[in-house]
Ligand binder design. Structure first.
Ligand SMILES: Cc1cc2nc3c(=O)[nH]c(=O)nc-3n(C[C@H](O)[C@H](O)[C@H](O)COP(=O)(O)OP(=O)(O)OC[C@H]3O[C@@H](n4cnc5c(N)ncnc54)[C@H](O)[C@@H]3O)c2cc1C
Length: 126
């Protein structure tokens, strides 16, 4: 049998995802999607993005995460009117999950540096 490893962390890369890795990778996709969402989305795009998050909360493959996420969306539904609004909304959602799990709160002013442009000091460009 051939086993695949992450060369830097010596972690297996060919096993089913656990809750944390699934979460980490999902946040990566969601924040990157928000970072590249149009500044001026059409009504159709706004509706599709809204539905995307509602469906994600229905099918997210971690039962307790999905239940709490769906409750959160009921309190604060997706804001899909622009790239900026979506990014800030998602940052707030992620911070709410962070708070629940006792993780650090992320500064939402840095959302583009983290997920689109790279840090201002150029450390992502090396
Ligand atoms: C919708 C959803 C619900 C979840 N619910 C649960 C749950 O109920 N219970 C549970 O145990 N786990 C849950 N998770 C997983 C959990 O949120 C983490 O992904 C997991 O614990 C791994 O955490 P991490 O420390 O690697 O960083 P993550 O929280 O995965 O964050 C990844 C990276 O995102 C950046 N980041 C952090 N906060 C923000 C923010 N507010 N805005 C923008 N970028 C940010 C940071 O650079 C961080 O390194 C959920 C994940 C998702 C996607």
């Amino acid at each position: 049998m051939i086993m695949a490893y992450d060369q830097q962390n010596f972690m297996r890369t060919d096993c089913p995802l656990d809750k944390d890795l699934l979460g980490y990778q999902t946040w990566g996709l969601l924040h990157t999607m928000a970072a590249y969402y149009p500044d001026h989305p059409t009504p159709h795009q706004q509706r599709d993005m809204y539905n995307f998050f509602m469906l994600l909360a229905q099918f997210y493959p971690c039962a307790t995460c999905a239940r709490d996420f769906a409750n959160l969306l009921r309190v604060r539904p997706p804001v899909t009117s622009s790239r900026r609004e979506l990014g800030q909304w998602l940052c707030w959602i992620h911070n709410t999950v962070n708070r629940k799990l006792g993780k650090p709160i992320f500064d939402c002013a840095l959302i583009d540096e983290r997920w689109k442009d790279g840090w201002e000091d150029g450390s992502c460009d090396i």
